[in-house]
Design a protein around this ligand. Structure first.
Ligand code: ADP
Ligand code: ASP
Ligand code: MG
Length: 408
């Protein structure tokens, strides 16, 4: 049989008992005759705890040192899981990202995997060892430790599955699969049997934590089949793959597959920017140069020769964005700026939108009926997103989920 990559998230390895349970499950897969590569996250809330700790030392920790600190979280869990497997009588070996040959670029805190040197991994697998790799981390060519951004263990797992040409990449988490909305917010959310890479990518990018968006990109690029499932039971979960199963399409045409919300948003507005060619380009080039991902953008005309520009970034880029605005102020003009943390992005996603008009209209209507004001809108072929006040995010998700009849 071939190689299976399994990833266990923080909640699946939260304490010693959980780690022993995971070890048993990993042992079962090994007994079935597979070659097994395991990727684990830091235990429970360890990463949050470490971030908090750094925050008590300084408001602005150097990103290199933050990576050095955060990488220790995953190192604890690989060693403990390896010990648990040893206790059960299996030969296991734990490897850091560096030992596993995971090379990244040098952008600390959100590095991208450039390539994986599989030599060591293959050597261990040949010796019939269960290999346990620290998720979320890698190393640059200059031997600097890097991390892949929050939720990055998903990407470690999918990238390893691609590099090793694994049969499947199983993502074990604390829910049974990918649902039509976060099952913790919408109790009647329905588990999807399958979902396409494109829809999953949108859902993940729009706030459905269950997979890191990068992991879906890598899976799509290399055709890695992902199975998202629970580490707390043996139910089959959700398969993320290229084409939806025909069965599901024939039973019912699915226009909207899911609803997501994201609170990790800050909205900036720069007022009274002179309306001359090149200003937007200067502003957004400067943001891109500092590796800040801008999401939604709105330019609104105030008077003939003056515009306001609003855009959104993630919360961890807020301080850097302020710096870039200050730096570029003299070049782009503008009277002053403001920013707002109290916003959320709610989105509906579905591949069927391409051929079914009216999804956006229905979304706006539903938000209006619930007295929720829309501050910004963006659309793509398979999603519509709105920025609203953060306090209405849960209400909006529930209302949209029911308006699009996604429930059980
Ligand atoms: P892990 O620690 O295993 O990486 P995460 O907390 O990163 O787990 O992701 C799992 C969580 O994602 C679930 O507990 C669930 O609340 C959340 N989630 C958000 N949207 C969805 C969705 N559409 N389907 C399933 N889970 C979702
Ligand atoms: N431990 C990291 C985080 O909490 C990576 C992961 O869990 O995937 O974001
Ligand atoms: Mg996660």
């Amino acid at each position: 049989m071939g190689i299976v990559v399994q990833k266990f998230g923080g909640s699946s390895v939260a304490d010693a008992e959980c780690i022993k349970r995971v070890a048993k499950r990993v042992g079962e897969t090994f007994e079935e005759g597979h070659k097994v590569v395991i990727v684990v996250s830091a235990m429970g809330e360890t990463t949050d705890y470490l971030l908090d700790l750094a925050g008590k030392i300084t408001d602005n920790p150097p990103k290199r040192e933050l990576d050095m600190l955060l990488a220790t979280g995953e190192q604890q869990s690989i060693a403990l899981l390896s010990m648990a497997l040893d206790k059960l009588g299996y030969s296991a070996v734990s490897l850091t990202g560096q030992q596993a040959g995971i090379f990244t670029d040098h952008v600390h805190a959100k590095s991208k995997i450039l390539w994986i040197n599989c030599e060591r991994l293959e050597e261990e697998l040949t010796q019939n060892h269960i290999v346990i790799v620290a998720g979320f981390q890698g190393v640059t060519e200059r031997n600097e430790i890097t991390t892949l951004g929050r939720g990055g263990s998903d990407t470690s797992a999918v990238a390893l599955a691609a590099a090793l040409k694994a049969d499947v990449c199983e993502i074990f988490t604390d829910v049974d699969g990918v649902y039509t909305a976060d099952p913790r917010i919408v109790p009647d959310a329905r588990k999807l049997e399958t979902i396409s890479y494109d829809e999953m990518l949108e859902l993940a990018s729009l706030g459905a934590l269950v997979l890191q968006p990068r992991s879906v990109e890598v899976a799509k690029q290399f055709g890695v089949k992902i199975h998202v499932r629970s580490s707390f039971n043996h139910n089959s979960g959700t398969i993320v793959q290229e084409v939806r199963e025909m069965k599901q399409q024939m039973e019912k045409e699915i226009v909207v597959s899911g609803v997501a919300s994201d609170l990790n948003v800050v909205k900036f507005t720069i007022f009274d920017i002179p309306d001359v060619p090149g200003t937007a380009s200067k502003l957004f080039s400067a943001l891109a140069d500092d590796m800040i991902n801008v999401d939604m953008i709105i330019q609104s005309q105030q008077r003939d020769d003056i515009n306001d520009i609003s855009f959104t970034v993630t919360r961890d880029d807020r301080e850097k964005t302020k710096e870039v605005i200050a730096k570029t102020k003299d070049i782009i003009g503008g009277r002053n700026y403001s920013y707002e943390n109290n916003v959320a992005k709610v989105s509906v996603v579905g591949a069927g939108m391409i051929t079914n008009p009216g999804v956006a209209a229905k979304m706006f209507e539903t938000l209006a009926e619930n007295d929720i004001n829309i501050e910004m809108i963006s659309t793509s072929e398979i999603k519509v997103s709105c920025i609203i006040k953060a306090e209405y995010a849960q209400k909006a998700v529930a209302a949209l989920h029911s308006a699009f009849e996604l429930g059980e």
